[in-house]
Design a protein around this ligand. Structure first.
Ligand SMILES: [Zn+2]
Ligand SMILES: [Zn+2]
Length: 147
């Protein structure tokens, strides 16, 4: 995984290319998520953001998260209602699968196109059109298993 500074540079570059504004709050929110290295709830993020921006309120963080989700810089972990940084910024519209550790909150992102394609195929057989999909697996990560 790329380091924080590299990822933030990449985010800046993508925003320039897309003509969208990466405000200091949006950038800071992304930085907090990357640095944390596990999934974070909006309120955990708000608490951290308040350390540098005491005036931050829930809408501040939700607006920043909406933007980051839209740009594909972060992913929502639906089953735990939290957020992680994307491991491959710039892969527009990618389907990912998340492996979620229930002990430490670490989330590993996988990009298995075959798995996604198979799911699409199955849906098609049932005449179902997939518009959005979420694949989340819960368990225990290597670090927690080893300790
Ligand atoms: Zn991703
Ligand atoms: Zn763990």
């Amino acid at each position: 995984m790329a380091n924080t500074a590299q990822t933030l540079d990449k985010a800046r570059q993508l925003c320039d290319e897309r003509g969208v504004r990466l405000t200091p709050q949006r950038l800071k929110t992304l930085e907090l998520i990357i640095q944390c290295g596990r999934s974070m709830s909006a309120y955990e993020l708000l608490d951290l953001l308040k350390q540098t921006e005491p005036q931050a309120k829930p809408p501040t963080i939700y607006r920043a998260l909406d933007f980051l989700l839209e740009q594909g810089f972060v992913h929502k972990v639906e089953s735990t209602n939290s957020y992680i940084a994307c491991c491959a910024l710039g892969h527009a519209d990618h389907c990912s699968q998340l492996l979620i550790c229930d002990q430490c909150g670490f989330v590993e992102e996988c990009h298995d196109d075959e798995l996604a394609a198979l799911l699409m195929q199955r849906a098609e057989q049932k005449n179902f059109r997939v518009e959005h999909h979420v694949v989340e697996s819960h368990g225990i990560c290597k670090k927690c298993r080893d300790s």
